[in-house]
Structure formats: C-alpha cells, structure tokens
Design a protein around this ligand. Sequence first.
Ligand code: UD1
Ligand code: CA
Length: 475
Amino acid sequence: MVLAAGLGTRMKSRQPKVQHELCGRPMLAFVLDAALEVSGRRPLVVYSPATAGLTEVFADRADFALQPEPLGTADAVRAAIAAAPESVDEILVLSGDVPLVQTDLLAELIDIRRARNAAVALLAVHSAEPEGLGRVIRSEDGGQVLRIVEDKDATPEELEIEEINAGVYAFDAAWLRGRIGDVKPSPVSGEFYLPELVTLAREDRRPVVSLEVEDDGTLAGINDRSQLAAAELELRMIVNERHMLAGVTMIDPVRTYVDVSVELAPDVVLEPGVVLRGSTKIGEGTRIGAGSQIIDTVIGRDCFIWASVLESSEVEDEVQVGPFSHIRAGSSIGRKARLGNFAEVKASRLDPGVQQHHFSYIGDAELGERTNVGAGTITCNYDGVRKHKTKIGKRVFLGSDTMLVAPIELGDGARTGAGSVVTRDVPAGMLAVGVPARLRKPRAEAAPGDAPAATALPAAGSGQAPVEEANERTL
Ligand code: UD1
Ligand code: CA
C-alpha cells in the first residue's frame, strides 16, 4: 500500500507532491517500482480528490483506493484496507514521498516482522537532522519501541531524539484490519497518525520491531522543495556513480544532470553543466561539452556536442554540433555533418557531410550529402498560414544569406549567390542569383558535356559566394 493522498501543502504546488520528479521520474514511480519488486504484487495507491490526477498517470502500474479527505496517514490506511484482498496476510505500507527507499531494506523489514510475528515492523533511522519528523521513543534500555511522537506533538526533550520513523512499515494484515479503526486523532493537530498503531500493538501485547539504519539519504521524506533538491542530489550521485563505473567520464559529477532513463556508452565524456533528459542515448567516445542540453535524442559515436540544445532527434556518428546550436524535434543529422555556431535545424534531414556553420535556419527540409549551407542561410518555410518543404540535392552550395522560399527544390550541384532570394526551383548544376533570384549556368559548366557534379566546389564552410556570382552582379 502506497500513501499518496496528502495535500503536500509544503510543496506549494499545483501538482500532487508525489508527481514531482527526481532525475526525470516522478517520485511515486520509484515507490511503485520498489513495492512491486519486493512484493511481486500490483501496489495499491491511496489517493484523495486533490491527488486524483495520479489515477490516470499511473493507471497501468497500480490499483487505487480513495481516501475522501486526507485526515492523516492512519485514516488513509483505514480508507484503503477494504480494497486489499482478504487473502493478503501481510501489508507493507510505503509513503509516496519516500522515493529512494531500497528494496533490500524492505525485504529485511518484512523478514524481521515475520521472524517475531510482530504486529508492526518499522524502519528507524539515526539522523542528525530529525526536524519535522516522527521521533522514535524507546524503553530505558533502548530495546523496545514504545511509541512514535510526531514533531508537532513532541516535548522539547523528545525533540532532542535523533532516531526517526521513516514512514515505512510492515503489518500483520489481520491485526491491522482489526485495529486501524481504533486510532484516535491527535489532540494537537486533529490528524489520525499511522504510527499510533505502535501504541495499539503494545496495548495488545503484540511485538513491535524496528529495523535500525543509518541515515544515508535514501530514507529522507520529501515534504518541500528543499528536500526535493536534496533527494535529487542523492539520486544524482547514485546514477552518476553507476555511469562512471561503467566507463563514462564526468568532469564534475555533482554538476552533471542525467535522467535515470538515459543510456550512455563507455568513453562518453560529460563536461560540467550537461543536462541529459528522457530517452537520450549516447554512443561510445562522444563528448558532450559544457552547458549542453539533450532531450530524447539518440547520438552516435565519436561526436562532439558543444554548448547546444538537441531535442527529439537523431545524430549519426562523428558529427560536430555547436557551440550554440539548436536541433529541434524531428531532425536527423547524417554522419560527419558539422553544425554551428548558431545553427538551427527543425524537422529536417541532413545527409552525411553537410556543413552548416554560421547562424542559419533549416526547417522542414532535406539536404543531400555534402551540401554547404552558407552563413545566414534561411529556409523561409512558413508563409504565415502553412509550413512548406525545402528539398536540396547533393553537393549544393548555398551562398551567404540565401533565402529559400519554400516550397522549393534545388537539384544536385546547384548553387546560390550571396544575398539571393530563391523563389523558384533550381535545376541540378544551375546557379541562382539576385532578388528574386534568376537562373544562370555557372561559367565553369558552360563547356558542353560538363556534368554539374564535376564542378569543383569552393572549400566547404567558407560560406563565400562562387566566383561566377560576382560576374553576374557586374553584368
Ligand atoms: C510521516 C510520519 C512521521 C515520519 C515521516 C517520515 C505520520 C503521522 N507521520 O510524517 O512519523 O517521520 O512521515 O517521512 O504518519 N498521506 C495520505 N493521507 C493523509 C495524509 C498523508 O495518504 O491523510 C500520505 C502523504 O501523501 C505522504 C505520506 O502519507 O505520501 C506521509 O504523509 P506526510 O504528511 O508527508 O507525513 P509526514 O509529516 O512527513
Ligand atoms: Ca512526508
């Protein structure tokens, strides 16, 4: 049973608390995973009208029980217990806001409850920062757990106690069914506290056992955004450690932000400030330079991505991007392509060897192999109403500041002059110059039988207009 009906007021959020993310995954998802792994059963999530959104988001992974009003953790269990099948003789209760709880600890907790046939087994944490949490009150000899006192109900002496209740319990189900209705509200807060069951178990002379652990950060409950950040840091170090041991270099792992879902090959290098999100995968030997953000993007081997943003795209091997480029959703960048500074690509395919070096926009386009995009080139893909496609062949040379007014097609080996505004298709091997551009045969190809593809191209990346263009201008 996973408690997730609380309002989470301390988060000061529109969103249910347990839907806030740690390294790209909602807190509740971690708890559901742990619950399923340790019990082999579909978890039962307790929700309230305020957290009803959860029933949709997690519909495929849990069953749900409604707590009509969040009157406290004991009330949550009382509201949900009827939904637990009669055949269940043991109930593990987890808090939706304790997301990093480790399954081996849960398994151990279950074992110690069974061994003593205890009514309640709980996880007790030695914590140097017990503020805000329930304190474990023990017998003089320290052996017995007598009761749990909530922070807001505690006396100054009780507040000194540095052993806290983690909010994770294993119960004898039959006993719990019989007693959950007997919890009285706290005279201080009016809430029904689940840890009150410790007191009831002692009244019934049933054993209460505790599994005592040191505070390693994984049992910290998340009530506010500061605790959210602390838990994320904890998880970040776990995730990054795993990648480093698998062969990934991180210059500064504390400042490297990798979602739990990301896959990294050996010899990937991540510089400081890199953010890798969602379904991102990065191939062997690729270096991601400082400040890059990569979202749901698959990148091949031996690439260098530098201070750039890539979203929902694919990048083949040996590509260089940046600094300061933006590859937007639906793009595919071919092998050995070069992009940036300041290149923007949207929903386009760039074939291998394309060069797009300086401040340019390519949208809804296809660019053939080894085409060169001159500085300042723009696909004018939007006419204010609709988006149109641009199709560019192989080894095309686009002069600096070319405007390609889509829909438009440029054949293999075509060229455009600097500053041209191309409004009509350019056949293979032809040159387009001027505003609006007019077609010319490049001089180099004037000789009969000279194939367009045989035309020597200026050095890639220069973004300079071909010589012919200058001649046209003077004419
Ligand atoms: C709780 C424990 C405290 C423990 C701490 C550990 C109680 C009374 N106190 O305090 O001893 O040290 O966790 O993190 O249990 N919830 C419901 N319905 C409700 C109220 C809460 O489902 O009516 C859910 C919340 O959504 C949350 C969990 O129960 O996931 C814990 O509730 P929360 O209010 O965060 O309890 P704490 O004050 O942290
Ligand atoms: Ca809490």
